[in-house]
Write a protein that binds this ligand. Structure first.
Ligand SMILES: [Cu+2]
Length: 163
């Protein structure tokens, strides 16, 4: 059972450098603090408050990506995070990550409330990817956002689109 996902990332949205993004241009490293279930948005199925593709994180091709991922726990259920290659629809649960190591621990059962993990990978292929929760039915429920690796971007950025 697949759910339809938005076909394109946020465009015409508001591009920002949020406080939870840290950039080291010399080391070509982009760091992001990701709070899973940060608040009640989308029934708590969100990353930093965003789901259903409302948030787009973009990094330049070849940069190192560090994500400090915490289950903030609004809703008091487990969550996880992975970067995946978009498919026809959002998958029911975790699939093979798009980049080696681009996944948290407890990918399918989810990390319990308060648990954190560090995800490190190299954004070594261009394209549009999804940030999604691997816990069954969460991505289908909207717990997914965009992750773009761009050959033309010169710095990391985050774009928000309210739907
Ligand atoms: Cu989840």
């Amino acid at each position: 059972m697949l759910a339809l996902a938005g076909a394109t990332p946020a465009s015409g949205g508001s591009t920002q450098a949020p406080s939870w993004m840290h950039v080291n241009a010399d080391k070509k490293t982009a760091s992001f603090d990701i709070l899973m279930a940060e608040n009640g948005n989308n029934g708590t199925l969100n990353f930093n408050g965003y789901g259903h593709g409302e948030m787009t994180i973009e990094v330049p091709l070849g940069w190192k990506v560090h994500m400090h991922v915490i289950n903030k726990g609004e809703g008091a259920i487990p969550h996880s995070l992975e970067i995946m290659t978009p498919a026809e629809g959002v998958p029911q649960q975790a699939v093979q990550p798009a980049f080696p190591q681009a996944e948290t621990i407890d990918l399918v059962p989810g990390m319990s409330v308060g648990k954190s993990d560090d995800v490190d990978f190299v954004a070594d292929k261009e394209g549009k990817f999804w940030i999604m929760c691997g816990v069954p039915n969460h991505a289908v429920g909207g717990m997914w956002d965009w992750f773009i690796v761009s050959k033309t971007a010169t710095a990391p950025s985050v774009t928000f689109k309210k739907q």
